[in-house]
Design a protein around this ligand. Structure first.
Ligand code: OXD
Ligand code: MN
Length: 592
């Protein structure tokens, strides 16, 4: 397929270790994909769904012990432990190669090794980086064909270069005790073994586009971030772009595909989705920060996706989609998940492959769910009704605002603006989210998740903060940095802000601030809107409620300062002095 000796020698070496029966190159053609789908259906790996209702859609079930990313088994293998830092699991690279080689030995015997040449970003663009994934899973091949740009043109672009990310995946025995997702950033290598779940095995996504890319970006002067990218179109046709980072379970995909409230739609406002999970950011020739989404599809959480929460996502997965671990409706050969609608199918199979009795469903008991809470749809960006016309742009989109956020019942106001890039980096570094009862049983446990990158920084978190500060010095016209919290609750625990499409009202305030069109109130934590400046026309809430949403609870913040100190101590001595200064200054402002 290629004359590139680096590629061919590496494949030969991996094949000698894993001993597949055959090696098949994936060329990106529809004919080959169709043959693989048929083969997966013949072996039961996938189920073809109703062609009329869900054209070209398939259902797959993972092993029941293999349903999510495994942070405890994810490693960054740098030669020096301190370069991986305290937040990452670390293994010595040599030791790790030796240990995992034993697990890979003969792991593909009786199987086929597929070779997937893929690009993160538009092939040939300045942003693009190339990878080759070797895998023994057709499911992985078919997901990669949706999530990345796969094809021989990647090999053409690579020519005889050694500059590609080498990914090796083997399902082996799906043994949890020997499951490893390991990254060798100094060798551009990713090894994944004993898993078949998306986040662990679609190596272009979290492993390459975040962990390895964050390492490359630090060395080369760009950024790889866990951020959605959206464009807000004004009635006059102007479009302004925002990137936003939120931890899991905070509605990233919903915000990325937001539909403005009717009063805004009538005035001519629109929102365009560029990406829902990952942004690569570079300084443009014009001195602004430019963003691309390196992916080509969405690997979205299915439960809770419905006509109200995210109609665009729902429409995106009506065709050409792979569903994983959702309910199979046997009556019409379609799929269902909790929160899709109020009509659970009576004749159905649950995500574990067992007959499912929806009458036994109890919201409080996850084991009665028909779909796994982390069940997914893998769908093509091209099928998204609100996909941006800039999705395939070679240069990306210019970013006006960076938005951080989390799920906080009390601490963070609906929105506030940082006072500078340095202060904004601090705001990102102290990001946190509270667990919900539904997720863990323990309400309000705060997990620090800086820039929503805690599981995804491929090097020392302290160095990552320093890279953010350095980038600020390199961007002549940087985006303004904000923090939002859609999840503030009243004393009875009810959400105060309506969220979803109405978050548009907050985005418009953010963009007005970026344009210098509106002033704000200075508080100890940053700039907060005047309550009257958040438009509530057509909403069921009053300006006083907005005032409550925007209030800064000094006591809660002082409590938070303690948690931030503990977290900085955990990250260790590489936390930049500027961020310690920011923390001291915040504490002083809060106690003044
Ligand atoms: C994801 C995640 O799957 O962040 O996108 O876990
Ligand atoms: Mn994500």
């Amino acid at each position: 397929m290629t004359q590139n000796k680096y590629i061919n020698e590496w494949i030969a070496e991996m094949a000698a270790m894993t001993t597949p029966d055959s090696i098949v190159w994936i060329d990106g053609t529809e004919e080959q994909a169709e043959k693989l789908r048929a083969e997966a259906c013949a072996t039961g790996e996938m189920i073809k769904l109703n062609e009329e209702l869900l054209p070209n859609c398939y259902l797959h079930r993972t092993a029941i012990n293999d349903v999510a990313r495994v942070e405890g088994r994810t490693f960054i293998c740098t030669s020096k432990k301190e370069d991986a830092g305290n937040i990452n699991n670390w293994m010595d690279p040599k030791e790790c190669y030796e240990k995992l080689s034993k697990l890979y030995k003969g792991a593909m015997k009786g199987r086929t090794m597929y070779v997937i040449p893929y690009s993160m970003g538009v092939v040939g663009s300045d942003f693009a980086r190339y990878g080759i994934e070797l895998t023994d899973s057709i499911y992985v091949v078919l997901n990669m064909l949706i999530m990345t740009r796969v094809g021989v043109n990647v090999l053409t672009e690579l020519g005889d270069s050694a500059d590609f990310i080498k990914g090796l995946h083997a399902k082996a025995d799906l043994d949890e005790e020997n499951r490893y997702i390991v990254h060798f950033p100094e060798d551009n290598t990713i090894w994944s073994v004993n898993s078949g779940y998306g986040g662990n095995v679609l190596l272009g996504k979290k492993c390459f586009a975040l962990r390895i890319a964050s390492f490359l970006g630090r060395n080369e002067g760009w950024m790889a971030e866990h951020m959605l990218i959206l464009g807000v179109e004004y009635p006059n046709g102007d479009i302004k772009y925002i990137t936003a980072a939120f931890p899991s379970a905070c509605g990233k995909t919903n915000l990325a595909m937001l539909i403005p409230p009717e009063i805004y739609r009538k005035k001519g406002y629109k929102v365009w989705c560029v990406g829902d999970d990952i942004a690569w950011l570079r300084v443009g020739k014009d001195g602004r920060l430019w963003a691309v989404n390196p992916e080509n599809g969405f690997f979205g959480v299915a439960p809770g996706t419905n006509e109200n929460s995210n109609p665009n996502a729902l429409h995106t997965c009506l065709r050409d989609t792979i569903f994983t671990n959702v309910v199979h409706n046997l009556d019409n050969n379609t799929v269902w998940w909790e929160g899709l609608d109020k009509n659970p199918p009576a004749n159905a199979i649950d995500w574990k492959g067992n007959k499912w009795d929806y009458t036994k469903y109890n919201k409080a008991d996850k084991s009665t769910c028909g779909a796994h809470p982390n069940s997914r749809f893998t769908a093509s960006a091209a099928n998204c009704p609100c996909i941006s016309s800039e999705f395939n742009s070679l240069t990306g989109v210019p970013v006006s605002a960076i938005v951080f956020g989390g799920r906080r019942a009390r601490t963070a106001p609906l929105v506030y603006q940082s006072t500078s890039w340095q202060n904004g980096t601090f705001v990102g570094s102290i990001m946190a989210s509270e667990t919900t009862a539904a997720a863990t049983g323990a309400v309000g446990v705060v997990r620090r998740d800086p820039m929503a990158m805690r599981p995804f920084v491929g090097y020392n978190m302290g160095d990552y903060f320093a890279h953010w500060l350095n980038m600020g010095k390199r961007i002549p016209n940087p985006p303004k940095i904000f923090n939002v919290n859609w999840f503030r609750t009243d004393k009875d625990g009810n959400f105060i802000w309506p969220g979803f499409g109405d978050n548009m009202r907050v985005l418009l305030w953010i963009l007005a601030r970026c344009e210098g069109k509106i002033d704000a109130v200075e508080t100890p934590i940053g700039y907060v809107p005047h309550a009257e400046d958040i438009d509530i026309e057509g909403l069921d809430i009053t300006v006083d409620t907005v005032r409550e949403l925007l209030s800064v609870d000094t006591e809660a913040w002082l409590e938070d300062v303690k948690g931030i100190k503990e977290f900085y101590d955990l990250v260790g001595e590489r936390v930049p002095a500027e961020l310690h200064d920011e923390l001291k200054a915040l504490e002083a402002r809060l106690t003044k």
